[in-house]
Design a protein around this ligand. Structure first.
Ligand code: GLY
Length: 349
């Protein structure tokens, strides 16, 4: 299925299908006809996958970056930009990111900043990448102070979501990607019964359809795009603290699942919604076999501190929350209320 992100002269297609990566050469020929070379940014382990065959029709060279969140550092960015320069990558050439959300974020930001912008194609290979990270032009790296604090909005020429590559994903990786799918299901307020038995392809298409529509309406997060951060205020704080325990401690989608369950509880505590909304959230997460419980070892004060530094926050705490009129960004929430809901949430374990 093809979806179009409608952004006037910067519009582009998101292709979701088995074998979508085979469209790379045609996409480059159409959208970057003067390109002479292509730099593929990926990881060493992805390059070993049986499906890792790319045909761009041009001179190609491959650069390896670290896996997972370790890719999203200023050091990795620096090394990537120097490698672009070493290869004499020009403004006519193309960066092709092949990897999960961390790699597409890093390579996208490198493409956005090298020579003030070179063409970019995103080939997301994880579920998180296909349903969220690689679409919509958010690119960037992390700082010690928090996730995604350095970055740019930079739209690609196209996104090729090849669903066949998901077959080789580790099951934890696939499951964690469902955190972003759950977010979209909840934002669309879809019936939990319809979720049972839904195919992965249909879930990917549902999430991509929502994302493409929102990005087309609000590219730079002035209004509705903020809703795509549902569950992410706590999720980003958890990821920041989890990174201290190791890169494999918590996947993005796992953190999002916890963030969604928490957001429902916070909305309920603020009398924005009733307990039925909490039950609905829990049912959606359970149907997707996501664990939305908050482990006790996350310190409440540290989580609050990390959440205050979230991009949506303006020197206070900001959450996307459900309400009687749908979802909206709510700021200025009393820290004591958030702390109390966090403590009670941990107590549910
Ligand atoms: N991942 C949220 C967004 O792209 O806006």
């Amino acid at each position: 299925m093809n979806f179009t992100v409608e952004l006037a002269e910067r519009s582009y297609d998101v292709v979701v299908r088995d074998g979508a990566r085979d469209q790379l050469a045609a996409l480059i020929a159409e959208r970057a006809p003067r390109a002479k070379s292509v730099v593929v940014v990926t990881s060493a382990s992805l390059a070993q996958q049986p499906w890792f065959t790319l045909t761009s029709g041009l001179e190609e060279f491959t650069l390896f970056v670290p896996e997972g969140e370790s890719a999203k550092t200023m050091t990795a960015l620096d090394e990537l930009l120097e490698a672009f320069a070493d290869r004499r990558l020009s403004r006519d050439d193309v960066v092709v990111a092949v990897g999960g959300g961390a790699i597409t974020d890093l390579a996208g930001f490198a493409a956005a900043t090298y020579l003030r912008g070179v063409a970019l194609v995103q080939i997301p290979t994880s579920l998180v990448g296909q349903v969220d990270a690689a679409i919509g032009g958010k690119t960037g790296v992390n700082l010690a102070a928090g996730k995604n604090l350095v970055g740019a909005f930079y739209q690609p020429l196209g996104v090729l979501c090849d669903t066949s590559v998901l077959a080789t994903l580790a099951s934890r990786e696939r499951l964690s990607g469902l955190g972003e799918v759950a977010k979209c299901w909840l934002l669309e307020n879809r019936n939990v019964e319809r979720l049972r038995g839904a195919s992965l392809d249909s879930l990917i298409e549902m999430a991509v359809g929502l994302k493409v529509a929102i990005v087309g309406a609000d590219e730079r997060e002035g209004s509705s795009r903020v809703l795509l951060n549902y569950g992410h205020t706590l999720a980003h704080a958890l990821e920041k603290l989890a990174l201290r325990r190791g890169p494999d401690e918590l996947r993005h989608g796992e953190a999002v699942a916890i963030g969604l369950a928490f957001a429902a509880r916070l909305a309920c505590a603020l009398d924005r919604v009733g307990d039925d909304e909490v039950k609905y959230h829990d049912a959606v997460l359970a149907t997707l076999e996501l664990d939305g419980r908050l482990p006790r070892h996350y310190d409440t004060d540290e989580l609050l501190e990390a959440m205050t530094f979230d991009k949506k926050a303006r020197h206070d705490l900001g959450f996307v929350l459900a309400g009687v009129d749908g979802y909206s960004l709510v700021t200025g929430i009393d820290r004591a209320v958030v702390a109390d809901v966090l403590e009670r949430f941990k107590g549910e374990l």
